[in-house]
Design a protein around this ligand. Structure first.
Ligand code: KG4
Ligand code: ZN
Length: 340
């Protein structure tokens, strides 16, 4: 089954072509990061307009690269939610129109289901069941993944996502947006031990997170202080240490609570070197495996949406044909998803 996948939930326009028999044939992502940078965050209206500009050229580009004619498609999958309403509507309307014109099924996919299943695109895929840590600018969650449509939320953030905390702290240290990678590079030059920041909820006894207090602690630390290069690096180092300590501790707790052997990390923060080092060490100590899918598939992309669409359609024995009416779900709880 040949599925076109479309992702437009936030600030990346992602398109991919996935074939159930041959795997991922082509994928492309256009990142809007540079466009939003001058505003210090994603501007929803600009995001929608840019998706409108980019999406069809990207679809043509992916089909051309895979040397596949539009008529060969068996289905179109798109991100139905959660995300920015206007941005979601762009992907949904293009996908549903294509499906209607081609008389093939269209299927709306939950963005986080895409992330959870994306490790299956790697050359050495994990086997169900596994634990997934989703750490991006928009989400911080630990999930138990038992199969397609079989997800249990183990814990999540009560407020800011880990990437959001990185970005907000980076802004306090005047590192631009999104500041996660810059903050992490600066932290490598910092001295550990000069500053100590709290490790929120590390001893909470559950698998939930909270990162907004950490950002407030950095505000307090920064206030009235001469922010020379060394001080900024030391603060970055203390911040990164705190986030990594909490994420690693909760992953270990999740592995112990579930008794599972495999941990998969998805989302942009999964690129963080110190997080990877901490998780690798924890895995060695506690006897579980940890995997990091290729970064281009960890961050938002169309491939994970195409894959989730193909798996759901296969399990359900086909999908709804485009019938000209559809909806998007800017808010959509993953644990309300039905099994295919
Ligand atoms: O998954 P992603 O590309 O997009 C969504 O949030 O949907 O994640 C982006 C987030 C941003 O907050 C960015 O600052 C963070 O991941 N990030 C990092 C690193 N690389 C990206 N955070 C810490 N260390 C990094 N090396
Ligand atoms: Zn995402």
């Amino acid at each position: 089954m040949l599925v076109l996948g479309i992702e437009t939930s936030c600030d990346d326009t992602g398109v991919a072509l996935y074939d159930s028999a041959r795997g991922l044939l082509a994928h492309a992502v256009h990142s809007q990061t540079a466009m939003h940078a001058e505003y210090g965050g994603v501007v929803p209206e600009l995001a929608s307009r840019d998706h409108v500009r980019r999406l069809l050229p990207l679809v043509r580009d992916v089909l051309a690269r895979a040397r596949v004619p539009l008529e060969a498609l068996d289905a179109v999958a798109y991100t139905e939610g959660p995300g920015l309403a206007g941005a979601l509507l762009v992907g949904a309307s293009v996908a549903e129109s294509l499906a209607l014109g081609l008389r093939i099924p269209a299927i709306g996919i939950h963005h986080l289901e895409g992330h959870l299943l994306s490790p299956l695109l790697s050359a050495d895929p994990p086997r169900f069941p596994f634990v997934a840590l989703l750490v991006s600018g928009g989400h911080t969650q630990l999930m138990r993944v038992d199969g397609v449509g079989r997800y249990a939320l183990l814990g999540e953030t009560h407020d800011d996502a880990a990437g959001e905390a990185f970005d907000k702290t980076a802004q306090l240290l005047e590192l631009g947006y999104p500041g996660g990678p810059a903050l992490s590079a600066l932290a490598e030059r910092g001295r550990a031990g000069r500053f100590h920041l709290p490790r929120p909820m590390i001893g909470s006894g559950n698998l939930d997170f909270s990162f907004s207090g950490l950002k407030t602690a950095v505000v307090t630390l920064v206030r009235g202080r001469d922010l020379d290069e060394a001080t900024r690096a030391d603060i970055a180092c203390a911040f990164q240490e705190a986030v990594v300590a909490v994420l690693a501790a909760k992953c270990v707790a999740a592995m112990e609570a579930t008794g599972l052997q495999e941990l998969v990390v998805a989302g942009g923060v999964g690129a963080n070197r110190q997080l990877r080092a901490a998780l690798d060490a924890a895995a060695a100590r506690h006897g579980f495996r940890v995997r990091y899918p290729a970064l281009e598939l960890c961050t938002d992309n169309g491939a994970m949406i195409a894959l989730a669409g193909a798996l759901r359609l296969a399990a359900a024995g086909g999908g709804r044909r485009g019938e000209g009416s559809f909806t998007v779900r800017p808010r959509w709880a993953l644990d309300s998803l039905a099994q295919p």
